[in-house]
Design a binder for this molecule. Structure first.
Ligand SMILES: [Zn+2]
Length: 345
């Protein structure tokens, strides 16, 4: 029983921590007509003729028509999120219809472009592309694993010769984690999913930055690796804690992620320029794609037909990049293994 209470406390603690409102207003949600619609909707549970099941609360905030076992605090919170999300969406659709009739251009609501929902999925294109990236990361990881353990020769202690094996395994897990949460966040973005998505992204970019330095500078001994990784891990952890528990600052996060991303592209660019690695052209190609995808992340435009915006295209651009990345990693594992074996002969 105590254990149950403990779990519930932790869940509640996380729910309240993640619920601190911190998103800055954008043009659409600062609009008085939209604000009036939202206020009305949260009271009545309806926008025009459309009414929402999730918005049925009694005066003390408890749901009217749910059995007692569903009236958990966390469940209520979820219902409130759903109610707010439905109200925001339908008020936005109504307002955007009016704006379009008057010849206005789409504006952002709560930091997001007005997207068309498909089966309650907020940004179907970004979700689909994230899911493909997730599958490709998994495929890349599995093929890397098979290559190392079943195709390439192993050391006498049955471990692979490739010195970066463990690092790429961690990378694969962080990448799959990121694409999973990215798909979840673009399906339904509430503070909680948004924060998990941002944290996963920072963790992935931070770790790939460490991996970039270690691989490009051929850092192989344990002590030097710790010296490189420790300050970066400390920085990335602090940034994640800042985003989650102090302020979900999109601008600051963009600067942190972009600087780590650009630094990686620069290091790989220089590396590919000086190395005689047989697969350096893949790094060049990856860098060109990486720069183009960064442009999409910075250059923002409203969604075409309510579906494809710059960010969704950024997700699409990541699909070939994920494939290229793992293709290089497999080549690198093979190249390093053969180099080491030749040295030993
Ligand atoms: Zn995204």
């Amino acid at each position: 029983m105590n254990k149950m209470a403990g779990c519930r406390f932790i869940l509640l603690y996380f729910a309240t921590c993640f619920l601190v409102p911190s998103i800055d207003a954008t043009e659409g949600d600062a609009d008085p007509i939209y604000m009036a619609c939202l206020e009305q909707c949260e009271k009545s549970g309806c926008v025009g003729e459309k009414c929402f099941q999730h918005c049925k609360f009694s005066s003390d905030g408890k749901p009217i028509d749910e059995p007692w076992y569903l009236q958990e605090p966390l469940y209520q919170k979820w219902k409130q999120w759903d109610c707010l999300s439905d109200c925001r969406y339908h008020c936005m659709v109504a307002r955007e219809d009016e704006r379009r009739k008057l010849g206005g251009k789409p504006v952002k609501y709560h930091g997001k472009w007005p997207f068309q929902r498909v089966y309650a999925i907020q940004e179907p294109a970004a979700v689909a592309f994230s899911a493909i990236s997730l599958a490709l990361q998994f495929h890349g990881w599995i093929t890397f694993f098979i290559l190392l353990n079943y195709k390439l020769p192993l050391r006498p202690d049955k471990k692979p010769y490739y010195e970066y094996t463990g690092l790429w395994h961690i990378y694969a897990i962080l990448a799959m984690n990121f694409w999973f949460w990215s798909a979840v966040c673009h399906s339904r973005d509430v503070e909680l999913t948004e924060k998990v998505d941002y944290s996963s992204a920072v963790a992935l970019i931070g770790f790939s930055f460490i991996l970039t330095i270690l691989r490009a500078f051929n850092v192989r001994d344990e002590a030097s690796r710790v010296m490189v990784a420790a300050p970066l891990i400390a920085f990335v952890t602090t940034h994640i804690l800042y985003l989650n528990f102090y302020k979900l600052d999109f601008g600051l996060n963009m600067i942190v992620c972009l600087s780590m991303g650009v630094a990686q592209l620069l290091i790989w660019g220089v590396w590919a320029g000086v190395t005689s690695h047989p697969s350096r052209w893949k790094v060049w190609l990856f860098n060109v794609g990486g720069v183009l995808s960064l442009v999409l992340e910075i250059y923002d435009f409203p969604p075409y037909k309510g579906f494809l915006d710059a960010h969704a295209l950024w997700h699409a651009a990541n699909i070939p990049l994920a494939y290229l990345c793992w293709s290089f990693v497999r080549d690198d594992a093979e190249f390093r293994t053969l180099t080491l074996l030749n040295k030993m002969k």
